[in-house]
Design a protein. Structure first.
Length: 228
C-alpha cells in the first residue's frame, strides 16, 4: 500500500494520523485490509474529528487516539462475527458498526441508537462512504422490532450483560449470538447468569494495538440448545 503520505488532519500537526497507521494496526490484528477499506476508515476518522469539534460525538478527541480507541477496537471483534445479518445496538457514533461494515461488505449491518445527533452522523457516513450494506436506525433496542432476528447482535460498553440480554434477546435469532464488548472480564455480571436456563457464554480476551494497558474482552452468548 502507498498510504504513507495520506493523513487525517487533526487540530494541530502533531495529531495527524496516517492511513498507514490504520493499515499497520489492522495487520497487527492479523487483518490485511484492502487499500479502499483503509481509505474509508481514514475518511471516517477525518469526518469524526471534524464533527466532534461542533457536536460531542465521542469522548476520544484526538485522531491519533481514535485509531486504537475506535477503529482497531472495533476491528478486534471482526473474527467473532457470524452470519450475514448483524445489528450494532447503542452504536453511538458508529462503533463498532461502521468499521465492521467497511471491512465486511458481504454482511448486512443495522446501526441502532436513540441519540438523534449521533445517528445523523452515522447516516452521513453511510452515504459519504457509499456503504450499501449498512443502514442507520434511530430507536431504542427494546423498542426496535425488525420482524426477524439477527445472526449477530453486538454492543460495545452499553450495559451489564444481564441488562443486555433484557434489551436485545428479542433481536437475537434462534441460532444467533449476542456479543458484548467489555473492558475487564465481567466476572460479577456473568455470575448473575451462570445458572440461566436460557443462555450459555464464553469469554475471549482481545489484544488491541495501542490499548495494551487496557483490558478488552468479548463475551459471546448463545441460547442453550433444547435437549431432544
Amino acid at each position: 500500500m502507498h498510504l504513507v503520505d495520506d493523513f487525517l488532519p487533526g487540530q494541530q500537526a502533531g495529531t495527524r494520523v496516517t492511513a498507514a497507521q490504520i493499515a499497520t494496526g489492522a495487520a497487527a490484528l492479523g487483518q490485511q485490509l484492502p487499500e479502499q477499506s483503509v481509505r474509508q476508515l481514514a475518511t471516517l476518522l477525518s469526518e469524526l474529528a471534524h464533527w466532534n469539534r461542533r457536536i460531542n460525538l465521542t469522548a476520544i478527541r484526538e485522531p491519533v487516539n481514535m485509531v486504537s480507541g475506535h477503529i482497531l477496537d472495533s476491528l478486534a471483534v471482526r473474527p467473532h462475527l457470524c452470519g450475514p445479518r448483524v445489528i450494532d445496538i447503542g452504536t453511538g457514533a458508529g462503533f463498532p458498526g461502521l468499521p465492521l461494515a467497511i471491512t465486511e461488505p458481504d454482511m448486512e449491518f443495522v446501526l441502532l441508537d436513540s441519540n438523534g445527533k449521533k445517528i445523523s452522523f452515522v447516516q452521513h457516513m453511510i452515504g459519504e462512504l457509499g456503504l450499501s450494506n449498512a443502514r442507520a436506525v434511530k430507536a431504542r433496542a427494546e423498542d426496535y422490532a425488525p420482524g426477524s432476528g439477527f445472526d449477530t447482535v453486538i454492543a460495545r460498553a452499553l450495559a451489564s450483560v444481564p441488562r443486555l440480554i433484557e434489551l436485545s434477546s428479542d433481536l437475537v435469532g434462534e441460532d444467533g449470538q449476542l456479543l458484548a464488548l467489555k473492558g475487564k472480564n465481567p466476572v460479577a455480571e456473568l455470575e448473575q447468569i451462570s445458572t440461566s436456563p436460557t443462555w450459555v457464554y464464553s469469554v475471549t480476551e482481545l489484544h488491541v494495538p495501542g490499548l495494551e494497558a487496557h483490558a478488552r474482552h468479548v463475551v459471546a452468548l448463545r441460547r442453550k440448545q433444547s435437549e431432544s
